[in-house]
Design a protein around this ligand. Structure first.
Ligand SMILES: Cc1ncc(COP(=O)(O)O)c(C=O)c1O
Length: 386
């Protein structure tokens, strides 16, 4: 794209930012540079590419693209969302401490409590909807505040601008896992965050055919550190996966619109059904975080959770769905449904699950982009079996 991409709209940037026609052939899409190394023109002279753990043009295009969409300075692509999070956490040293939203992705909780805890990094887990609770958890040795909003599966919303102010006042790095919203609906860096985390496995790639992760940094010192750790640890995203995610992102805008429209229809069917006890979706005016979500994001997303009252009822629903598939993960074009208590949150102890509100009757849906009428009909026929 010629000219300044920063002036263009979201979908124009999604399709063009970071990408230039291939200099050799003019190829309109960025090729998959499947190479491990690069020939030097002469000793000490190369084209900026030396070894593919450190630099790869396909990965570089994706990194520039995601940085442009989030409004950051640099992007850094990793082999999974978890390896992006692991790299982020290298900002915190032994003897230091980090504050987390209590309801973050289970893998993040596991990494902090069972891996990093062995290396002297301590963590506190708070209900980050309550900024007083966040403030109370900050210690003199706290270095980082990490928020996921909305959370999974309880759809808790954290006020990002408020949390950013707290982080600034205490000189903390403020990181936000923006996987559920994607930059199409929410851009935490614009609200004061320092780093954005994504599992590209979800909405960014969007087609359930790749595992990956990205960090986007706003400050040069963070970008330099992430590039250094990426080179040193080597958990980079492959050229093929970089290509897939770049391709997925081109349709992010249209997919997110359709995901959300379908979610709204499914929510309406659930809310109207007598067997459904409650529905959690930030787009419902009755949702506790609705007003905050309206203020800080331009949409409500495609993840929703509802309560059928018991494990048996949830099982009957999940065994009966036809268009939806019973599977972990989210953010793909296909609708996936899951049972948080026995699937994504099985490693969370029952007492902690109860504290978080994750009951045995909860079902989560990641609404895809199939035909709305088919999804609503599927929900209704599965509910008939409950
Ligand atoms: C919100 C969120 N963050 C991070 C991750 C980890 O990403 P990955 O599975 O790509 O390692 C997940 C995975 O489900 C997630 O849902």
């Amino acid at each position: 794209m010629k000219g300044d991409w920063k002036k263009r709209g979201f979908s124009t940037r999604a399709i063009h930012a970071g990408q230039h026609p291939d200099p050799t052939t003019g190829s309109v899409t960025v090729p998959i540079y499947a190479t491990s190394t690069y020939v030097h023109d002469a000793l000490g002279e190369h084209k900026g590419f030396e070894y593919a753990r450190v630099q790869n043009p396909t990965r570089a295009a994706l990194e520039a693209n995601v940085a442009a969409l989030e409004g950051g300075l640099t992007g850094h692509a990793f082999a999974s969302g978890m390896s992006a999070i692991a790299t982020l956490m290298t900002l915190v040293k032994a003897g230091e401490h980090a504050v987390f939203s209590r309801n973050v992705y289970g893998g993040t909780y596991r990494f902090l409590t069972q891996v990093l805890s062995r290396y002297g990094v301590e963590s506190s887990w708070v209900d980050s909807r309550d900024l007083d609770a966040v403030r109370a958890a900050i210690q003199p040795r706290t270095r980082l505040l990490y928020v996921e909003t909305p959370t999974n599966p309880m759809m808790e919303i954290t006020d990002l601008a408020g949390a950013a102010e707290l982080a600034r006042a205490h000189d903390l790095v403020f990181a936000v896992d923006n996987t559920f919203m994607s930059p199409y609906f929410q851009r935490p860096l614009e609200l004061g965050a320092d780093v954005v985390v994504h599992s590209t496995t979800k909405f960014l790639n969007g087609h359930s055919d790749s595992i990956g992760g990205v960090l986007v940094a706003k400050r040069p010192e963070h970008g330099e550190w992430f590039a250094f750790v990426s080179k040193s640890e080597g958990a980079i995203l492959s050229p093929f996966d970089s290509f897939l995610v770049l391709r997925g992102i081109k349709t992010l805008g249209v997919r997110m619109e359709r995901h959300e429209a379908n979610a709204r229809a499914v929510v309406a069917a659930l809310v109207a059904h007598r067997k459904v006890r409650s529905v959690l979706w930030p787009g419902l005016p009755t949702h506790a975080g609705h007003e905050v979500q309206k203020r800080q994001a331009s949409g409500f997303g495609a993840l929703l959770t509802f309560d059928l009252g018991s494990f048996e009822a949830a099982k009957r629903f999940l065994d009966r769905v036809e268009v939806m598939s019973l599977a972990e993960s989210l953010g793909g074009v296909e609708t996936l449904t899951s049972h948080p208590a026995s699937m994504t949150h099985a490693s969370v102890p029952p007492a902690k699950r109860a504290e978080l509100g994750i009951t045995d009757g909860l079902v989560r849906i990641s609404v895809g982009i199939e035909d709305e009428a088919d999804l609503v009909a599927d929900v209704e026929q599965a509910l008939a079996a409950v």
